[in-house]
Ligand binder design. Structure first.
Ligand SMILES: C[S@@+](CC[C@H](N)C(=O)[O-])C[C@H]1O[C@@H](n2cnc3c(N)ncnc32)[C@H](O)[C@@H]1O
Length: 401
């Protein structure tokens, strides 16, 4: 198909054009570009396509700095200038919130350090080949670096061979001090050359499946002068720069002497950060090691009045018998379940701070909560630069009865 005009971007950053009136999503294509395309998949209502030739390029186009960009699919916007990716995300978030929650609000994006921001990557290993899975396949794109991963992770990639894994998965985490925590998931019996690896890298721990074979099962992270123990299987925000900005934003909306709940608390970060002047803080989290980390983290950061519950959010929440001033919710992509929303409606906290990594489920939940809460603020945070992902930060004030 030749000479097609890209009219706009979809929510995944793909260009949209029309082939005989049928909507066609084209990767790596920008509005106002004229392109020749090849349709890669044809569905009843839409096509997917790739560009075979750019007839007219957009002035917003830049060359991707990643050699694997066309194959990997992990990033979607590396062909755009960073400022333009922020504008795309601002428009995307605003339109999703309007379409699905009928909330019309100005939304600002908070920018991030744009490259080398990811402190965690998950690599696949197949017959000793190391890389990411090509999007929607189980085929490996072999990589020797990833421009969005932190330098300490990139430095380690060439030495993965010394772990002697034939097949499996490797999660590499790096912290503020360039230490690495390596979690290998494999059925192979492996004998890594740890002594050699330690001559080149600061390795805090190596875990094979669920067994620590060297060092510790966790390392320490540092955000805004606060230290956090993070186990190999605990969640931690993947972008330290944005995490620090998120901490500051949360603190702008917390008063003194509050009773705070940090729902979906992970290793306790947001609640500990917010509770310097709190009366009492609760945390609820489903991963056991994360709760153990949170208990340690409360001690390290000298928070005495913090109480953690291990379990499902919807089951633990009703056990709290005190009035909550602020509830911070930071759920996984699925958002809040009905039971949790119903309990929040019953509890009527004065304020809800909703942090979300999925605009669609956020919009769904805000659409329900807006009956009882004024949506005071929605901000986007660029937690995942050059991907179509957006982290959101929202403040909801209880409607006066
Ligand atoms: C997006 S993370 C947020 C963690 C933490 N607030 C932070 O900023 O590091 C979501 C957390 O919710 C936990 N989680 C997932 N489903 C849960 C559930 N049904 N009940 C309680 N916690 C859950 C995950 O283990 C993860 O730690």
């Amino acid at each position: 198909m030749n000479n097609l005009e890209i009219v706009k971007l979809d929510n995944f950053g793909r260009g949209i054009c029309y082939v005989n009136d049928k909507i066609t999503f084209v990767v790596n294509a920008l509005p106002e570009e004229i392109v020749n395309i090849k349709i890669t998949k044809e569905y009843k209502k839409y096509n997917e396509a790739v560009v075979t030739e750019y007839i007219k390029k957009s002035p917003k186009r830049v060359d991707s700095i990643c050699p694997y960009y066309d194959l990997c699919g992990g990033c979607n916007l590396l062909h755009m200038k960073y400022e333009d990716t922020l504008k795309f995300k601002e428009d995307k978030l605003k339109s999703i919130i309007y379409k699905y929650a009928k909330i019309d609000k100005e939304i600002e994006m908070v920018a991030s350090k744009d490259f080398n921001y990811r402190n965690k990557v998950t690599l696949k290993i197949k017959k000793k080949k190391v890389g990411y899975y090509m999007e929607a396949t189980h085929r490996i794109v072999v990589i020797d670096k990833c421009p969005i991963a932190e330098e300490a992770i990139n430095d380690f990639i060439e030495d993965i061979k010394y772990l002697n894994v034939n097949n499996g998965e490797l999660v590499i985490r790096s912290n503020y001090n360039n230490e690495l925590l390596l979690w290998i998931k494999t059925k192979d019996k492996i004998e890594p050359d740890i002594a050699y690896l330690k001559t080149k890298h600061k390795i805090a721990g190596i875990i094979v499946n669920d067994k620590v074979i060297d060092g510790d099962s966790s390392f320490i992270e540092l955000i805004n002068h606060q230290l956090f123990t993070v186990s190999y299987d605990s969640f931690f925000q993947i972008n330290r720069d944005i995490c620090a900005k998120l901490f500051n934003l949360v603190n702008e909306y917390i008063g003194d002497n509050e009773v705070i709940l940090d729902l979906y608390c992970g290793v306790g970060t947001l609640g500990i950060n917010a509770s310097k002047n709190a009366k009492k803080t609760f945390g609820i989290e489903i991963v056991r090691n994360a709760v153990l980390n949170a208990i340690t983290n409360a001690k390290i950061n000298k928070r005495d009045n913090v109480y953690y519950m291990l379990g499902e959010a919807s089951k633990c929440l009703p056990k709290i018998k005190e009035h909550l001033n602020t509830v911070i919710v930071d759920p996984p992509r699925a958002g809040l379940d009905k039971e949790t929303i119903n309990t929040l409606r019953e509890f009527k906290p004065d304020k809800i701070i909703y942090i979300s990594c999925d605009p669609m489920t956020l919009a769904r939940d805000l659409g329900i909560l807006k009956e009882f809460y004024n949506i005071k603020l929605i901000k986007g945070l660029d937690m995942f630069p050059y991907t179509h992902g957006i982290e959101s930060f929202c403040v909801l004030d209880k409607v006066k009865e």
